[in-house]
Write a protein that binds this ligand. Sequence first.
Ligand code: TXA
Ligand code: MG
Length: 342
Amino acid sequence: METQMVKADAQSVAQAAAYIRAGEVVAFPTETVYGLGADALNAQAVHRIFEAKGRPADNPLIVHIAALDQLDALVTDVPEAAWRLIEAFWPGPMTLILPKRDGIPDVVSAGLSTVGIRFPSHPVAQELIRRSGCPIAAPSANRSGRPSPTRASHVLEDMQGRIPMILDGGPCAVGLESSVIDVTGGTPVVLRPGGVTPEMIERAAGGVRVDEHVMKPLEEGETARSPGMKYRHYAPRAEMTIFTGAPDAVARAICSRYDAAPRGAAILALSEHVAGYGARRVFSLGSLSHAQEAAGALFDLLREMDALGVERIYAEALDPHGIGLAVMNRMGRAAGFHIIEV
Ligand code: TXA
Ligand code: MG
C-alpha cells in the first residue's frame, strides 16, 4: 500500500473522511499527538488499527467525538464530576473513562465495561470527525512500543505502507498524550497524566487522586487499572537512566556515568544546565521553569537520539508538578522506571 502524506486542508480532510467511512485507517493531527483513526462503530475497521500498530488486543482505544451530543450514544452515564471536567476542559487534552454502551464493539474497549472518550480541540481532528459522520477510535499513530508521533514525519516513519493516508497538520502543541481520568467512581482518578494536570482537575472537580502506577511499574501479579500501564511504552532503543536530586549532585552523577560509558552515550538536560556539561553530547529538554517545553520536545528527542544511534541516555529529572508529572511519567516509562536518587 502506498501511503500518501498530505497537508491538511478542506479537500484532504474530505478525502480522509471518505477513507474512514469506507472502513479504512488514516492518521490525523490532534493537539496532543497524532492519532490513527477508524470508524469506532465498525469492528472490522478498528481491527485494522490494531494490525497497523502491532498493538496487543487487550489494550483499549480512545473514542474521539466532535460534539457533546455524540456522548449519549456511547456511554450509559456521565457522573457529576465528569460534567464539571467536561465543562472546564473539553474540547482539549483530556480523556474520560465512562461506562460504555453495548453499541461500541468489544474490540474498541478490549472487552472492558468502560470506554475512554475524548473531544479534541484540534480543528483538523474536529473537522475529520464531523465529515466522517461517526465517532473515531484512535490510539497514538506510532508502531506499538515506539514514542508517540508529534509530527506527520514521525507517523510516516512508523506507518509507511501500512495506511493509505496521513493528514499533516504540523507539530502538535502539547506533545504528550491526553490525561486519562477515570470518573466512574466519584473522585476522579488520573490513570495517565497529561496536559490537564491534577492541580487543574482538583480545582474543577473538587478532588483528585493520582494512580500510584503513574510513577512506578506494576509488580508481578498486580492488575493494571488502565491496560496501557502494563506496557513499556515510549521506549527509545537506548537504555535510559533518570537522575533526581539536587542539581549539582545530579550533574556530577551524570558526568561520571557518561565519562565511564563506552561510545554512544548522550545526556538529556534542562536548558539552564546544558552549558555545565561542557563538550559532552547533550540535548536540551527545555527550561526548568517551563515544563511545557519538555513536554513538546521529549518524544521528538527520543526519536532523534534513536536515529543518531544513541545507546545510553542519562537524563535529568523534572519537578513532577503540573505538566512536569506527565513528562516524568513518560520519561519514567521510557527508562523502564530506572530512576536513581542522588
Ligand atoms: O492524546 C491522546 O490520548 C491520543 C490522541 C490520538 O487522542 N491517543 C492516545 O491513545 O494516546 P493510546 O491508545 O495511545 O492511549 C490510550 C490509553 C492507553 O494507555 C489505554 O490503556 C488507556 O488509554 N485506556 C483506554 N481505554 C481505557 C479504559 N476503558 N480504561 C482504562 N484505560 C483505558
Ligand atoms: Mg499510545
